[in-house]
Design a protein around this ligand. Structure first.
Ligand SMILES: Cc1cc2nc3c(=O)[nH]c(=O)nc-3n(C[C@H](O)[C@H](O)[C@H](O)COP(=O)(O)O)c2cc1C
Length: 255
């Protein structure tokens, strides 16, 4: 694909490439001296301008369905080998980023479970299935328009191997959120690149909440080797790049 029309004459091409292609060594070497804060969240308090505070207290009982889920959502850190059903996987994917309304089918105008800047839909979803009942192991592309998982490759293990934490590699499925930057940058400039990250976060959170609602374990994962995951999914790593993953499965601690 010719990207000159997006980046012509600008240093942005290099900037974008550097922005997207952070590697494992960058993450671990540049930030190696950051002091680890164990046991408590780093909650930011703006003490210098704090004049009057209004307590929000706790979520009000009785909790509604969303609030109940929000209260128990956790990132699973140890997955068992247990499989999940294709029904559970389908529900998680569809309720996170599937088409929820088609106001104008002729113009192929549709609305999704996730918000998307300008409705440009700068994300695509790939699934690496290791142990999903009713679905052969492999790598699949989620075709939103047809609501189908399209088989790409048998090499699901190549996706799992990009995860830095081995304990996440027994998850039943890894959902990979991929950003496609061309249209968003074409409309919004480099800010459009940031919108893709925001859109990815929406989808990841939806996946986590949907998994929680189905009693599945989920973990949002930024700790993967980007270059390797892009290679597994046959992405150029610049205009199309893996952004975020969510592991789905069963928590070893619940067995
Ligand atoms: C952008 C992002 C990347 C993350 N990457 C990882 C990861 O690679 N591995 C992991 O175990 N958890 C990862 N997490 C999950 C956090 O560790 C987790 O949200 C945090 O410890 C708080 O725990 P909780 O989600 O159970 O409330 C990530 C979370 C975010 C928002």
């Amino acid at each position: 694909m010719n990207i000159d029309f997006l980046l012509e004459g600008e240093p942005e091409e290099e900037l974008l490439a550097g922005f997207l292609k952070s590697s494992r060594s960058l993450v671990f070497e540049e930030y190696a001296d950051i002091e680890q804060i164990e046991g408590r969240p780093a909650v930011y308090s703006h003490a210098s301008v704090q004049r009057k505070s209004v307590s929000l207290g706790q979520m009000r009982a009785p909790l509604n369905a969303f609030e109940s889920l929000s209260a128990v959502r956790r990132s699973a850190k140890n997955f068992s080998e247990k499989s999940i059903s294709i029904g559970d996987l389908a529900s998680c994917v569809l309720s996170s980023c599937g088409i929820t309304a088609t106001p104008n089918p002729i113009k192929e105008y549709f609305l999704l479970a996730n918000p998307s800047a300008g409705n440009l839909v700068g994300t695509s979803i790939w699934v690496a299935s290791r142990s999903v009942e009713g679905l052969d192991s492999g790598i699949y592309f989620f075709d939103r328009g047809n609501s189908s998982l399209n088989f790409i490759d048998t090499e699901f293990q190549s996706v799992y191997n990009t995860l830095i934490q081995p304990e996440l590699r027994s998850a039943a499925a890894i959902v990979c959120i991929v950003g496609s930057f061309d249209r968003s940058i074409g409309k919004y400039g480099l800010r459009g690149a940031r919108y893709i990250f925001l859109e990815s976060g929406h989808i990841a959170q939806n996946l986590c909440m949907s998994a929680t609602s189905r009693g599945l374990a989920a973990c949002s994962i930024g700790g993967f080797i980007e270059d390797n995951l892009n290679e597994s999914l046959q992405l150029d790593g610049i205009l199309h790049s893996a952004i975020y993953c969510v592991a789905l499965g069963s928590n070893i601690e619940n067995e």
